[in-house]
Design a protein around this ligand. Structure first.
Ligand code: UT7
Length: 334
């Protein structure tokens, strides 16, 4: 039997600080009603002064390792998806590696924004199937809150995003009796829309990378053409979901659980309706965490597993869309 990448442990972490829609009303002209109606978000978690991405990533990673019954030293590699790194370079994964007490385990960040976890999963899956590694930690981690314009100018974006991390341990499975593993991953991108959802400065294309003027213009805050992104998300997500199912050789009805990126509850309802996915096969947590970009899907996986909603032998379909544009879908036998 060919080697399959089996998820043997999941974990997540979010900051303790809960930021309600009512709290945001104090900082900008917005309302709980607008945020709930347009996005489904009720609250999100934001880090406190002393917390950063590596803190969240470490907690999520340790929980995933514990669930897998492994020690950090058992890992062969760490792949971490993020768009909000601890530092612009080297990213977050290197800080995580150090926190885990690892001295030379290879690690790197993947920059595929909201599809970052699925891109990272594809890389981990390839490492295992090629025989290069036996155990890979795949992480999604974001701290958005330190980079949001929490004034009326930035309200269209600021109310949507939250902080969090999720992690999954992938292990090589060559047991012919055990069907668990990644069955397919399909990745797509469309760079012509890179500026529809992006963070312009600091940027190495700028000379210099950052100026007071850029700061005054707020170019260091994310910019998004919301309706344009929405339209593409609801088209691309069903497309790639079906493509991944076909690649996995499974029927849509056989899937036990569908987990979508958590950018907007309306997007997910739209996608589910268009594919006639029954509500009991869907799980969302955007109501509690907002949009945690690359962390959204591994956080959903960890919650679903912890709550018994995702069990061994079940089929799970994962789908994401985000900045880049990037979009992706995977099918796993749990
Ligand atoms: O994770 C990466 C992928 N991201 C996404 O998929 C996000 C996709 N886009 C969306 O989810 C939606 O477009 C949003 C939730 C971002 C916005 O919803 P919308 O229904 O597209 O609203 P809109 O941007 O067209 O804004 C409608 C109105 C505007 O006012 P006017 O021009 O009609 O007077 C905005 O200025 O709502 C106003 N507005 C707000 N009002 C209260 C924008 N942000 C806010 C706010 N509170 N926070």
């Amino acid at each position: 039997m060919n080697v399959r990448a089996k998820v043997t442990g999941t974990g997540m972490d979010v900051p303790d600080r809960v930021v309600t829609n009512a709290e945001l009303e104090k900082y900008m002209e917005t309302s709980d009603e607008w945020i709930r109606q347009r996005s489904g978000i009720e609250e999100r978690r934001w880090v406190t002064e002393e917390q950063g991405p590596a803190d969240l990533a470490e907690a999520a990673a340790r929980r995933a390792l514990e669930a897998a019954g492994l020690e950090p030293g058992d890992l062969d590699c760490i792949v971490l998806g993020t768009l909000s790194p601890e530092a612009d370079f080297p990213g977050t994964s290197f800080f995580l590696q150090d926190r885990l007490g690892l001295s030379e385990t290879p690690c790197f960040d993947v920059r595929a924004q909201c599809s970052g976890f699925l891109y990272s999963l594809a890389i981990g899956d390839s490492f295992l199937r090629s025989g290069q590694y036996r155990r890979v930690l795949v992480v999604g981690c974001e701290v958005h809150s330190t980079g949001l314009d929490v004034s009326t100018r930035g309200r269209d974006v600021a109310v949507l995003f939250g902080d969090g991390a999720g992690a999954a341990v992938l292990e090589a499975n060559d047991d012919p009796e055990d069907p668990s593993g990644v069955l397919s991953v399909r990745l797509h991108a469309q760079g012509k829309y890179a500026r529809k959802l992006w963070l312009e400065a600091p940027g190495s294309a700028l000379h210099p990378r950052f100026t007071q003027e850029m700061y005054d213009q707020g170019l260091h805050f994310p910019q998004m053409e919301g309706k344009f992104v929405f339209k593409h998300a609801v088209t691309r997500m069903p497309e790639v979901l079906l493509e991944a199912l076909e690649a996995a050789g499974v029927k849509q009805d056989d899937v036990d659980l569908f987990l979508f990126h958590q950018a907007n509850l309306r997007i997910n309802e739209y996608v589910a309706n268009s594919l006639e996915i029954p509500p009991e096969k869907l799980r969302n947590n955007i109501q509690r965490y907002g949009n945690c970009s690359a962390a959204a899907i591994p956080m959903l996986l960890a919650e679903a597993e912890a709550e018994g909603a995702l069990r061994r032998g079940q089929l799970v379909s994962l789908t994401a869309f985000g900045s880049g544009f990037s979009w992706a879908s995977a099918v796993l036998r749990w």
